[in-house]
Design a protein around this ligand. Structure first.
Ligand code: COA
Length: 324
């Protein structure tokens, strides 16, 4: 028997303020039509003034605990993926821990930008399998609206704010790919591409938070090439053929990237969870948000094979295969 990390519950939170594409037409040379056609995005949520990443994460965490029928005392650790922390330190994870009234266990952040949630899941899975924790709250939470340059039409229309949470719980498995839980992961990064997508400020440079900068068409090309490849590698490691995949839960950056990845994986679009139209790109929050939305609609059945994949600044990219 081996230790497996099984999804026990999911939750999400989106800030109240919904910003339609039309909002950008008022201040930039852009159109709802262009944004929909090139990205699939129709609207996104923006955090209210004073509302922080940890505020969003606390709400998502509470929703996941309720979904799992657990309380904060049942959790051993919190791992948060974010690139938009409330403060330089302490971690958003400890702020969420405090917000949940949880004083035991441990909490920390990981940062792999839009791929952050896959890296956080991998970290949590490794700790569960090593016996360091039995239940881990894995959260993706972002307030990307705070680092957008609202004069740059090629980036500011793409991103949104939100948080998603997944509770992983240890369960004994046979060690075969019929087990429930995380079956395989594939992580990658290549720092040669760090200038394709970055924030032009930071603690040790400008001393400011900075703004997001991106060479969108180059990132697009890397995404199309690398996402299907990482998903195939993770499926190979799990010994599961692509045709056995029940659900693709992709990072929600651009509908054209998602469609191209699904096509390369020979998956019909009906098997793809899509939230990009309503959420935009919420970076590390996008996969757990999509997973929680689909789960709340009862779309995943016990035993289903899910593949999640993401790419972002670094470049960093990866995928996870899990059985629901
Ligand atoms: N409204 C209108 N026109 C816009 C625009 C907007 N919001 N944003 C860019 N354009 C213009 C560009 O200025 C350019 O004009 P030009 O030809 O006069 O220079 C034209 O549209 C084409 O730009 P290009 O960047 O080649 O378009 P594209 O088809 O690649 O689409 C993105 C741009 C950003 C939508 C696309 O590249 C993309 O989605 N990239 C991946 C981004 C991503 O997902 N990043 C996050 C990964 S985590």
């Amino acid at each position: 028997m081996i230790r497996r990390s099984v999804v026990r519950g999911t939750g999400h939170y989106l800030p109240e303020r919904i910003v339609e594409n039309a909002f950008f037409e008022q201040q930039l040379e852009t159109s709802d039509e262009w944004i929909r056609a090139r990205t699939g995005i129709e609207r996104r949520h923006f955090a209210a003034e004073g509302q922080t990443t940890s505020d969003l994460g606390i709400e998502a965490a509470k929703a996941a605990l309720a979904n799992a029928g657990l309380s904060a005392d049942d959790i051993d650790a919190i791992v948060v993926a974010t690139s938009t922390p409330d403060l330089t330190f302490p971690s958003v994870a400890t702020m969420i821990q405090g917000g949940l009234g949880m004083s035991r266990g441990f909490a920390f952040d990981v940062q792999a930008v839009c791929a952050g949630f896959v890296f956080a899941l991998s970290t949590a899975d490794a700790m569960i399998r090593a016996g360091q924790a039995d239940r881990i709250l894995v959260i993706g939470a972002e307030a990307f609206s705070r680092i957008l340059d609202f004069t740059d039409r090629s980036t500011c229309v793409l991103f949104g704010d939100g948080a998603g949470a997944v509770i992983l719980e240890v369960q004994e498995g046979e060690g075969t790919n019929q087990d429930r839980g995380i079956l395989a992961l594939d992580l990658n990064s290549d720092g040669r591409y760090r200038d394709l997508l970055y924030v032009d400020g930071g603690v040790a440079t400008t001393g400011t938070a900075g703004h997001l900068r991106m060479q969108g068409n180059l990132v697009f090309r890397h995404a199309v090439e690398k996402l299907a490849a990482t998903a195939h590698r993770a499926l190979d490691k799990a010994g599961i053929p692509a045709e056995s995949v029940d659900w693709l839960v992709p990072h929600q950056a651009n509908i054209r990237i998602i469609e191209a990845t699904a096509k390369r994986m020979e998956l019909p679009i009906e098997k793809v969870v899509l939230t990009v139209a309503n959420h935009g790109n919420t970076s590390a929050a996008s996969i757990p948000l999509a997973m929680s939305v689909a789960n709340s609609e009862g779309r995943f059945k016990t035993g289903d094979v899910l593949v999640a994949e993401a790419i972002g600044g670094g470049l960093a990219w990866g995928s996870v295969v899990l059985r629901w």
